[in-house]
Design a protein around this ligand. Sequence first.
Ligand code: NAP
Length: 436
Amino acid sequence: MRHFAIVGSGPAGFYTAEALAKAYGEQAQIDIIDRYPVPYGLIRFGVAPDHQSLKAVSKRYDQVAEGGTVEFIGNVAVGKDVSVDELRGMYDAVVLAIGAPHDRKLGIPGEDLPGVVGSAEFVGWYNGHPDFADLNPPLDGTHAAVIGNGNVALDCARVLSKNHHEFEGSDIVGHALDALDRSAIQTVTILGRRGPHQISMTPKELGELGHLEVATPVVEGADFPPVEADEALEPGHRKSITILRDFAAAGADAAKPKRIIFDFFAKPLRIEGDGRAERLIVERTILDGSGAAVGTGETYEVPASLIVTSIGYQTPRIDGVAYDERGGKFANEQGKIADGLYAVGWARRGPTGTIGTNRPDGYEVAELIAVAMPPGSDGGKAGAAALVKLPEDRRIKATSFTDWRTIEAAEVAAARPGSPREKMVRHEDWLKTLGH
Ligand code: NAP
């Protein structure tokens, strides 16, 4: 018998559990540990609330959690309630699947002014993450800016640009929907330090901007290289560039009051304002021979009282686990950090790829584990029997998947009409629902 602990219940954690369950059958007990009593990590707290079809992947994870050899152990914070070293003493292998929930910093003056928020904070706020329920981003100005040219920047710009009606069917949390209803923002500028060819936005997500009810994309045709240059691009990426070119050719839809402006070749230098963010000072760039952005010395202002930095994420450090400073992830070789200690997902690769990318990633690490400790072998570890005892000593109350089902039912029951659920956004409310 083998005991495995997977830390983190997002996509990477669940795919790894699925792979281990398949590889070991009844020969292993797999525990997915999460610091929250609610599972799914990025699916619940990261994927945009108006992308319900993406969130539906959690149904597959439910089958894993209810398949017999996988347990969800919630409300246990690894690194705080229990250390990684302690876990390694209890389990044959520990797999860190904690994602990359921390914002990378721009490192420019003014970044700490009120009104400047990281995308993890902003996304967490509208997705009901308990750490950001009180973020209260300023929506009283007419101009916002989003820094970065990835899909998360698109999520943030889109959420800021939709009207109430467009959130129907979503599970955006009530506090965010109310605040956005009162928002004065009319212009969202998306800043990219490089050009249209260098965006990391994907076609489906980019295309959505063309179908918003009250907002219209504004793209400058002069920012593009000659159209023949698109031929060298990978087909999916070429599709994104074609969508951007179409936006430029169509021009802004005058019937729509809100603007989503793509400002390319725009490198933020500093953020200014009187006690709060009021404007970004930006330097125009050009690309050098290697494709890097180089400042031209020409600067200009972009007004913005809300600035969302969306420039990528980092995995938090955990005591005793080797860390790759440059990559912002755990130091690992193909997923292995040390004997019996592994990383999967963004904690392994860094914050790139779709939800589906985590499936082969999880299966690969499960395979490494199966080679190191073949199914049928015994490691003599106690697994959850030791873990559940330890947190109780520290007055920690672990929760189960059945407990999550109780919370889920309460969230579904509280949903506003047309919405799948109204998420609880306070840790204590989850626990109260369970009678803890
Ligand atoms: P990302 O795709 O890596 O984009 C980060 C952006 O930040 C890039 O445009 C990058 O520009 C820019 N950037 C980095 N440092 C900067 C700096 N100092 N100043 C200005 N700009 C800077 O990351 P993401 O948007 O956070 O997304 C993370 C992953 O999740 C991606 O794989 C994404 O596709 C995925 N995702 C998918 C969906 C979906 O499928 N619907 C939704 C959200 C996220 P450079 O290229 O110049 O470095």
